[in-house]
Design a protein around this ligand. Structure first.
Ligand code: SF4
Length: 468
C-alpha cells in the first residue's frame, strides 16, 4: 500500500496458433508489475514485428495495432522504469538486427555492473541509444553471437559478464529462450499450454491462458521453449540463491506461486507470525485494501480477533500508479480510501500494511481512522523495517527515503500517530515464506547484498563465472 513500486514483467509464448492476443492477455494479468509502458514482439516466419508504447497494456497495445502483426512465437513486456527513463523510447521488447537475424529482448530486473560494462564497451566503439541496461544485454548478445556463432554459447558468455538481477524473455528470430540470473532474484516460470509452452514472470498468467505450471526456471538456467517441449541448459553447480522476499510480501499477485510458495499463503502466514510477535488487545483487525488483505486474515485467524473491512476503496478514483511522483500518488491514495464509519466508530482497530517506505501514506490513513471515530489505531507491518536501497530493479534507490533509517520504531509510531507499531522480524518473514533464509535476498532489510556492490556489504560468493 505505502510500499515501493513494482518494476517489470515478461512473458514468452511458442504455440501452434497466433500468440499475439495471448501475449496481450498475459501482460494484462501481470500489469501490476509495470504500468509505464507495454509491448509485444512476434516472429512471423521471416522477421520480428514489434508493437510497443507508453501506457497501460490496453492503451499501448490497442486492437487496431496488434491485429496487424501475427506469429506463433513471441515475447511481451510491461515496464516500470528503473534503470533508464520513462516513456515510449525505453519501452520493451527491445529489438536489434544482427548478421544472424533479429533479436528481441524483454528484461525484468536491474544489472549492477551496467555502468561499468557500458563504459568499457563505449571505449571500444559501441553505440548506445538509451540509458537502459536491456540495451547493454542485447548489444552484448549481438557481439557474442558474432564470435560464438551459437545462441546458447553467446547467452552463457553474456551471463558470465553481467551481474545483478535479470529474468529475460529472448527471441532470436523464431527461437524463444527464458533466462534467469544465477541467484534467481526475479521470478520466471515455465507453463504448458494446449498447443505450446510459455514462460512468464508469474504463474497467474499461465493459468489465465488455460495452461498448467511446469516448474520455475532454475537460477542460472537457460531454457529454450518450443511448441512441443522445452530444453534446459542448466548451470552445473548449485549456488546459494537470493529470491527477492518482497515478491511474496508485496509485489506479486496473491494467486501466483513463486519458487514453490503461493503468495497468498505466505501473506497469511505473515499475518499469523505478526499476531504472535506483536499481539494487541483490540476489537477488530482491518486490512488496507488490497495488498494487506491476506496479512489481516492471517492475523485474525491466529489471534481470534474478528476481521472486518473498514476501508472502502473508490475503484473509480484516479489511478495512483500513473501519477507523476510519489507525493501526488500518496495524496491520491488517501483520497480514494474512505473509512466505513460504522465499522470504525468507537473501536480499537488494528490495521496491517505490507511495508513502510516513507510512512506518509500510513500517517494519513491512521488520521482518517481517528477522524472516523476510532478509539485506538494499532499498526502492524508485513515486512521488517526497510533500511537499505535495492539495486535489483525495485524503486528504492537511496537510504534517505526510508523512515526506518532516521527513526526508531517508537519514533515512527509517533510520527504516523499510531497507538502501537510492530514490524515482522526478519526471522519471522523467513518462517512465513518457508524457504531457507540463505536462499532469499533480504538486502533492503539487512543491508547484506547477494552480489558485490561497491560500498555495500557482500553476503556470499555467487558469480556464474565461478561455477565449473
Ligand atoms: S534488495 Fe529488497 S527489494 Fe531488492 S531484490 Fe533484495 S529483497 Fe527484493
Amino acid at each position: 500500500m505505502s510500499g515501493p513500486r513494482h518494476y517489470c514483467g515478461v512473458v514468452g509464448i511458442n504455440a501452434g496458433h497466433n500468440v499475439v492476443a495471448d501475449l496481450q492477455k498475459a501482460l494484462m494479468i501481470i500489469q501490476h508489475r509495470g504500468q509505464d509502458s507495454a509491448g509485444v514482439s512476434v516472429f512471423d516466419g521471416n522477421v520480428i514485428n514489434t508493437v510497443k508504447d507508453a501506457g497501460l497494456v490496453q492503451i499501448a497495445l490497442p486492437k487496431e495495432r496488434i491485429e496487424n502483426i501475427q506469429g506463433q512465437v513471441g515475447i511481451g513486456h510491461v515496464r516500470y522504469a528503473t534503470t533508464g527513463g520513462k516513456g515510449a523510447m525505453n519501452a520493451q521488447p527491445m529489438t536489434m538486427t544482427t548478421v544472424f537475424g533479429m533479436i528481441a529482448l524483454a528484461h525484468n530486473g536491474d544489472l549492477t555492473n551496467y555502468q561499468k560494462l557500458k563504459t568499457v564497451y563505449m571505449g571500444q566503439g559501441a553505440v548506445f541509444q538509451t540509458d537502459s541496461d536491456t540495451e547493454l544485454i542485447i548489444n552484448l548478445l549481438s557481439r557474442r553471437m558474432g564470435q560464438d556463432q551459437d545462441p546458447v554459447k553467446a547467452i552463457k558468455a553474456v551471463m558470465s559478464e553481467i551481474d545483478g538481477a535479470y529474468a529475460l524473455a529472448l527471441m532470436i528470430n523464431g527461437r524463444l529462450f527464458g533466462i534467469r540470473d544465477p541467484l534467481g532474484i526475479r521470478p520466471l516460470i515455465i507453463g504448458k499450454l494446449d498447443d505450446g509452452y510459455m514462460i512468464c514472470s508469474e504463474s497467474s498468467a499461465v493459468y489465465s491462458l488455460g495452461g498448467e505450471i511446469v516448474r520455475d526456471v532454475m537460477p542460472g538456467e537457460v531454457v529454450e521453449i518450443t511448441q512441443d517441449s522445452f530444453k534446459s541448459y542448466a548451470p552445473t553447480t548449485r549456488c546459494a540463491y537470493a529470491h527477492c522476499f518482497f515478491e511474496w510480501v508485496y509485489f506479486a499477485r496473491p494467486d501466483s506461486i513463486i519458487d514453490g510458495c503461493e503468495v497468498y499463503n505466505v501473506r497469511k502466514n505473515i499475518g499469523r507470525v505478526l499476531a504472535r510477535e506483536h499481539p494487541a488487545d483490540v476489537d477488530l483487525v482491518m486490512p488496507i485494501p488490497d495488498s494487506g488483505r491476506a496479512h489481516a486474515i492471517g492475523f485474525s485467524i491466529e489471534s481470534g480477533i474478528p476481521y472486518e473491512e473498514g476501508f472502502m476503496k473508490n475503484r473509480f478514483a484516479d489511478r495512483t500508479f500513473i501519477m507523476p511522483d510519489q507525493a501526488t500518488r500518496e495524496k491520491a491514495v488517501s483520497n480514494k480510501m474512505i473509512p466505513i464509519k460504522s465499522t470504525v466508530d468507537g473501536k480499537r482497530i488494528l490495521i496491517i500494511d505490507d511495508s513502510i517506505v516513507r510512512g506518509t501514506t500510513l500517517k494519513k490513513l491512521v488520521h482518517m481512522l481517528r477522524d472516523a471515530g476510532a478509539k485506538e489505531v494499532h499498526v502492524r507491518v508485513g515486512s521488517p523495517p526497510i533500511i537499505a536501497p535495492c539495486f535489483y530493479g525495485i524503486d528504492m534507490k537511496n537510504r534517505e527515503q526510508f523512515i526506518a533509517n532516521k527513526h526508531t520504531v517508537d519514533e515512527i509510531r509517533e510520527i504516523i500517530g499510531a497507538d502501537s507499531l510492530g514490524y515482522i522480524s526478519i526471522e519471522g518473514v523467513i518462517e512465513a515464506i518457508g524457504l531457507s533464509g540463505s536462499d532469499l535476498c533480504l538486502a533492503c532489510v539487512n543491508a547484506k547484498y547477494p552480489t558485490k556492490i561497491e560500498g555495500e556489504e557482500h553476503r556470499y560468493q555467487t558469480r556464474l563465472t565461478d561455477l565449473k
